[in-house]
Design a protein around this ligand. Structure first.
Ligand SMILES: [Zn+2]
Length: 512
């Protein structure tokens, strides 16, 4: 029997700065997928969270004169506030300072140790404190960490190691026998060649650090922050605790959504940790690309466009969700600018979808008093073929998490319906009482397109599409149910516009 369960997660975020647009993009993509799967009838669980055991977090707290835990709590409010205002529908939000997480890390570490994959050794080498990652000489650029442009620290300490090198063959087997384990394919190729190049054992403890989870077998050490962080995906399901109902129900995860810069942790180290503990590895890891701004990598200095709350203030939360998922293909990198976002908003949302909705409803009210007795929407209808085709393309792309393509497919029917209005010219038909049945037939088709659009686009724009469905009279119905039911209207009222045009010039938008 097909497994009708879906467990999706995002990376957990360091809380030493507030969420930026790139972080928001990841959560919006994962949310879109979670909502799609819920509507498709899957028992869905969507996990997000914050990564709090980071030296960077502790340092930031100290800078503000706060206890680390108090600082983490206040940042948690900042993060969850942004996620709620963007309509992110997570079912659970984990903090790595929680008791349930401590239990899971302790239990997972214990299992791996018990199975003989942890040993004591000496680590001598380089460590980038900003990455919180051990870094090898050959990865340095001019002696600096390529990501942080900062010199790494040379450390020499007695550490506990995880025998990652023992998992080369098991990992390759897992990748080979589970097509789609690493998506997109380019990332799979990178990981396969990394494994084939040989894996080294990794240090999984830090000495002399007091912010973290004490190593169960040697409390002078804390668990290395990445081992700690990765475990969140199972600690949120109660692994290592008394109640394993959620773990039994949802593990293994169907999809870890992460940025493409942390694939090594998720596709190599994490599945190996799980295999070492005798736990099934996740079913898939999806590495999304990055957003650049006007051709340049985003950075703090580039101003307000990076603030998801400010952006949502301009485009609306739903507008922002739509624009990011449309403009940046989820599996690739993409470039945005204020100009392209405003142009896209005005063309797709204000002109095409918004206008299709407003003029259809306004004409039904004006010409037919808001009511049309229902009749079947079948293959005899002119838009039936185009709608069916758009739906097939949309579904295929959604399954692959290719959101931009899914929207592209859907817009073929949105644009087709607008052309249909021009061709049928209801304003002319309405002049002659003899055309009344023809006029109703035209609007039945348009109503069906709009209602199915509200359902198909709900994962992208939950607020606006609920609003559209309720103005059309209805909502809460799946696409197949809508298509099978007769199309009509019952007491429609003059429409409230969904996507008011943005009138300001793009260059004026971020002037405070
Ligand atoms: Zn670094």
């Amino acid at each position: 029997m097909e497994r009708k369960r879906f467990y999706i997660t995002t990376a957990i975020d360091y809380v030493n700065q507030k969420p930026h647009l790139g972080t928001a993009y990841e959560k919006i993509g994962a949310d879109c997928m979670a909502r799609y799967m819920r509507l498709a009838g899957y028992d869905t669980r969507f996990l997000m969270g914050n990564d709090e055991h980071s030296t960077n977090v502790k340092r930031e707290a100290e800078k503000r004169g706060l206890a680390p835990l108090d600082y983490c709590r206040s940042m948690s409010d900042v993060f969850t506030g942004t996620w709620k205002s963007l309509g992110i529908s997570y079912d659970d939000f984990i903090h790595t300072t929680e008791e349930r997480h401590l239990k899971a890390v302790t239990a997972l570490f214990g299992k791996i140790h018990e199975n003989g994959y942890i040993y004591k050794g000496k680590y001598e080498g380089l460590y980038c404190e900003s990455c919180e990652e051990f870094i090898s000489e050959k990865d340095l650029v001019d002696g600096l960490c390529p990501r942080h442009k900062a010199p790494p620290k040379r450390i020499s300490e007695e550490n506990w190691f995880f025998a990652l090198s023992k998992f080369e063959d098991k990992l390759l087997d897992h990748i080979r026998s589970n097509p789609g384990f690493i998506r997109p394919k380019t990332r799979e190729n990178e990981i396969v060649s990394l494994i084939k190049g040989g894996l080294q054992d990794v240090s999984i403890s830090r000495a002399g650090v007091d912010w973290g989870i004490p190593l169960p077998i040697d409390p002078r050490h804390v668990v290395y922050v990445w081992f700690d962080a990765l475990t969140n995906y199972i600690s949120a399901l109660g692994y290592g605790g008394d109640d394993t109902e959620l773990f039994d129900r949802y593990w293994p995860a169907d999809c870890h959504v992460i940025g493409k810069d942390i694939t090594r942790f998720h596709c190599v180290i994490w599945p190996s940790m799980l295999m070492a503990a005798g736990v099934a590895p996740p079913r898939s890891v999806f590495a999304h690309g990055f957003i650049s701004l006007g051709g340049e990598k985003m950075s703090k200095s580039r101003g307000n466009i990076l603030d998801p709350d400010k952006m949502a203030g301009i485009f609306g939360a739903d507008g922002l969700r739509y624009l990011l998922l449309k403009e940046v293909p989820f599996d690739k990198d993409g470039d945005i600018s204020v100009e392209t976002l405003v142009a896209r908003y005005n063309s797709d949302l204000a002109n095409e979808l918004g206008n299709l909705f407003s003029r259809t409803v306004a004409m039904i009210v004006k010409y037919l008093g808001g009511t049309i007795e229902p009749a079947p929407f079948d293959s005899g209808c002119e838009l039936h073929g185009a709608l069916t085709e758009a739906l097939a393309g949309y579904r295929e792309s959604m399954e692959r998490m290719e959101f931009s393509r899914a929207l592209g497919s859907w817009w073929t029917i949105v644009q087709g319906a607008n052309r249909f209005i021009e061709e049928k010219a209801p304003w002319t038909l309405a002049k002659d009482e003899a055309n009344r049945e023809k006029l109703k037939a035209v609007f039945r088709e348009l109503l069906m397109v709009l209602r199915v659009s509200a359902a198909a686009l709900l994962p992208f724009m939950p607020g606006k599409m609920n609003d559209m469905a309720s103005q059309l009279g209805g909502g809460g119905t799946g696409i197949d149910e809508l298509l099978a039911a007769p199309s009509g209207a019952d007491g429609l009222r003059p429409p409230e516009p969904l996507f008011p045009r943005i009138q300001e010039k793009p260059e004026d938008i971020f002037k405070d």
